[in-house]
Structures are given as C-alpha cells and as structure tokens.
Unconditional design. Structure first.
Length: 316
C-alpha cells in the first residue's frame, strides 16, 4: 500500500439499519421482558415445595423429601376425590358461563359504536368501564349494603309487604353461580369491550359507505360488516379463554365466600389459597397448582392446534 493510500481515512463499516432498528426495539421491550421474568417465571422455583413435606418455620432443607407423595395423595381416598370433584365442578361451571357469554362484550361494543350522540356515547363508555377499576372488596361492600339481611333490598321488600322476614341473599348457595357470573359481567363487560371498539375503528369505512349506498339498513350493516370484522378478534380471545379454563382468580370468590355457600363458590384458585394459607398445607397446595398449570398449558397448545387446523391461524 502506498503512502498516499495509507494517509486516506478508513471508512467505518455502516451498521445495518434493520439491525439497528432491531436493537432499539429490543431495548424498548427489555424492561417488560424483565418484569415478565420476575413475576411469571422466577416464582416457578417455588414448585420445589411440592416435593417436600414443608412445615414452617423450618427451612426447606430441614424438611423431608417426599417426591410425588403429595400428587398421589390428592386422589388417595374418597373424601379427597369428592372435595376435588366439587371444586372442579365449580370451576367448570364458572368458566363455562364465562365462555358461553364471551360474546357479550363484542355485542356491547357494536351497540356502543352505533350511538351517534358523542357526549352520551363517551358517558356510557366511561360508566361501564369504571367498575373494572373498583376492587372486589368495594364490590362486596356494595353487595352487602344492597342484599344483606339489613340491606336496602330486604328493607324495601319488607316495607312493601313482599317478605315477612329478611332473605339471606349473600348466604344462598343455590344461585351462587349465577350471582357470581352477574357480578363478574357487570364489572368486566365495559373493560372487555375496549378491544372490540378498537377493532371496529380498524374496519374499512368504504365497506359501510358501499352498504348504505346499496340500501342496507343499520342492522344489516352491523350483521354483514361489523360482526365479520370482529370475528377474528373474538376467536383469538375465545381461544385464550379456553386455554385459561381453570383460571378463575381468587379475589371475587374470596370476598363473597362464607360458611353457607363455600361448597358452591370454591373454585380451584380459591381452593388452593384456602388450602395453603388457610390450612397451612403449602406442599399440597403447590402440587395442585402445578397440576393446574400443566392442564392449562395442555389446553393452550390444544386450542392452538385446533386454531391452526380449523382457521389456518395460530395464536402462539
């Protein structure tokens, strides 16, 4: 190489723009990936408690290793099998009701989008979304004020001569499945409809204009344009609900449970909570949680396979 050539500045290799954009996107999502790891994956090391006879306040290393004994004990006798069967029945019914009525947020979003008065539309959307941000403790306080033995409903009915004595609505176990579904629907429908409202805004407006030009009425437009435009979103959410069939949560059922309705309101998540923190059976509760996670994971891959076969699309 000549002296003249060596004096020329060397060109630095340009960083590929696509790789640079990829690095930037990774840095944007890295904090969220870290949070997912800390709150979703890191706690899984606690599964080791299911293989020990753990008794607080002893250290885990001081407890006896029992292997799969807690998994076997779940079905070891008739009383345990009966209890688990009752819990599973409650879980299946509550999850089944949620899946059967999973179209309600979509229907609510469609009807809400048809409101032409914008101030009224925003007011309805706000009022129906707010219950999602109310804790279940406050919801139970509202229910207690309305339906307890000294609540407003009983006082009103007694004054009108409909009842001779108060009706214990919150202690009734015959209709606890229906009441839990009603409270959950009231609390979550407005929030669940937000995704469908966003999907409605993404539908091509030229389709609506063409339908109105062809003489289609409002209900025909909803049925032939809006509903088909929302079905992909609905099916994805439906498959996710099926995959989470055993996950009902704890908050709602914990605050509404009592000695009278416990046999009907105790879903699997609440059963694990009562078993672990209520009875101190941490190892057995962990074993049941592991079984629930395995079943949920199996359901997720099953519905994903069905989605591939039936719709040609995958959710994961």
């Amino acid at each position: 190489m000549s002296l003249k050539q060596s004096a020329l500045p060397q060109r630095r290799p340009r960083i590929n723009a696509r790789k640079l954009q990829g690095y930037q996107m990774f840095l944007l999502i890295f904090p969220f990936m870290l949070l997912v790891f800390l709150f979703s994956y890191y706690p899984l090391h606690g599964w080791i408690y299911a293989f020990y006879d753990y008794r607080p306040p002893f250290k885990l290393t001081d407890c006896e290793f029992v292997g799969f004994e807690w998994f076997i004990s779940m079905f070891s006798n008739a009383s345990k099998r009966k209890q688990i069967w009752e819990v599973l029945c409650n879980t299946f019914v509550m999850s089944g009701l949620g899946i059967l009525t999973s179209w309600l947020p979509m229907a609510f979003a469609i009807l809400l989008s048809e409101i032409k008065n914008q101030p009224f539309k925003k007011a309805v959307q706000t009022l129906t979304t707010l219950p999602n941000f109310i804790s279940w403790v406050l919801v139970y306080s509202l229910a207690f004020s309305l339906f307890s033995s000294s609540g407003m409903v009983n006082n009103l009915c007694i004054r009108l001569g409909l009842y001779d004595s108060p009706v214990l609505y919150l202690q009734m176990e015959d209709n606890v499945w229906l009441t839990m579904w009603l409270w959950g629907t009231w609390k979550g429908t407005g929030w669940s409809a937000i995704m469908y409202i966003a999907a409605i805004t993404g539908i091509d407006q030229e389709l609506y204009e063409a339908a109105y030009v062809d003489g289609a009425g409002r209900f025909r437009v909803m049925w032939h344009i809006t509903v088909p435009g929302l079905l992909p979103t609905y099916f994805v959410l439906l498959l996710m609900n099926v995959a989470n069939f055993l996950n009902n949560g704890v908050d709602q059922y914990y605050v509404f449970q009592n000695a009278f309705n416990k046999s009907k309101i105790q879903v699997l998540d609440l059963f694990v909570y009562n078993l672990g923190l209520g009875s101190g059976s941490y190892s057995l509760a962990t074993a049941i949680s592991i079984m629930k996670s395995i079943v949920s994971l199996t359901l997720l891959f099953t519905v994903n396979g069905l989605s591939k076969v039936l719709r040609g699309e995958s959710i994961i």
